[in-house]
Design a protein around this ligand. Structure first.
Ligand SMILES: [Cu+2]
Length: 67
């Protein structure tokens, strides 16, 4: 599992947007987004971090570092 910080989520709609966006990326699975922690966790089979960060930015959130 990898964990990515995601800044800017403020409610359940935000978490579901991020969840759907990450689930739509081929290669990511078991996506869980935690609003309180501001984090997304997922299993990544070979997707470049920059591609994941770009997808999150595109829908208006600020992706941080992998932790
Ligand atoms: Cu929201």
């Amino acid at each position: 599992m990898e964990t990515l910080k995601i800044n800017g989520m403020s409610c359940g709609h935000c978490t579901s947007s991020v969840t759907k966006t990450l689930e739509a990326i081929p290669g990511l699975s078991q996506v869980t987004v935690n609003l309180d922690k501001g984090e997304a966790t997922f299993t990544n089979s070979g997707v470049a971090l920059e591609d994941i960060r770009a997808a999150v930015s595109k829908i208006g959130f600020d992706p941080g570092k992998l932790t």
